[in-house]
Design a protein around this ligand. Structure first.
Ligand code: FE2
Length: 206
């Protein structure tokens, strides 16, 4: 998905809609994936249809070099391309098949956070203090350190500086049906669904 280009297609969920029950309900997954994620894909395609010079740019490049575009096109690509990028990583980063951190990522987490519980606590603090809508990320600086980052709205993270490892969507649409205003309970549920195998692959692919 990150290296693909126009026309973008909505990736299927990598598991059944009810696979993450009871942590994330099937209705939320249908609305979040089939309607909201799809809206960002459709809107990004519409922006690029009107700006064909960017149609062979990868999703990653559209976001990493977004500052080079004029303001109107850059904002439209950032909002909608960010929505595609962020949602792709969010849905792809969860699994109903519980797995454990291993290998180089496990070593780096212990080195930088002391424990996985502390990593989750640090990400939770970021997720709960993200004012309004946005995301909390675990990212890697490419050479030495894992970092927690917050981003507002559908802004992509600083891709030219940091490499995404995993993220949690803290827009209310991700949790309001089941958790109402209790973002903290949703975060705890999300923590139990992290696909550490994929996080490890992203870390070592860097
Ligand atoms: Fe979302």
């Amino acid at each position: 998905m990150l290296s693909s280009h126009y026309p973008f297609k909505l990736p299927p969920l990598p598991y059944a809609y009810d696979a993450l029950e009871p942590h994330i309900d099937a209705e939320t997954m249908h609305i979040h994936h089939d309607i909201m994620f799809k809206k960002y894909v459709d809107n990004l395609n519409a922006v690029l249809r009107a700006n064909p010079i960017y149609q062979d740019w990868s999703l990653y490049d559209l976001l990493a070099y977004n500052d080079d575009f004029n303001e109107e096109v850059g904002t439209a690509i950032r909002n909608n391309g960010g929505g595609v990028f962020n949602h792709y990583l969010y849905f792809d980063g969860m699994t109903p098949e519980k797995n454990e951190p291993t290998g180089q990522l496990k070593t780096a987490v212990i080195r930088d956070f002391g424990s996985f519980d502390n990593l989750c606590a640090c990400m939770k603090a970021a997720a709960l203090t993200q004012f309004g809508s946005g995301y909390a990320w675990l990212m890697f600086d490419g050479t030495s350190k894992l970092r927690i980052v917050k981003t507002p709205n559908q802004d992509p993270p600083p891709l030219l500086i940091l490499q995404p490892i995993l993220l949690v969507d803290v827009w209310e649409h991700a949790y309001f049906l089941k958790y109402k205003q209790e973002r903290d309970k949703y975060f705890d549920a999300w923590c139990s669904l992290i696909d550490w195998n994929k996080a490890s692959k992203r870390f070592t692919a860097g």
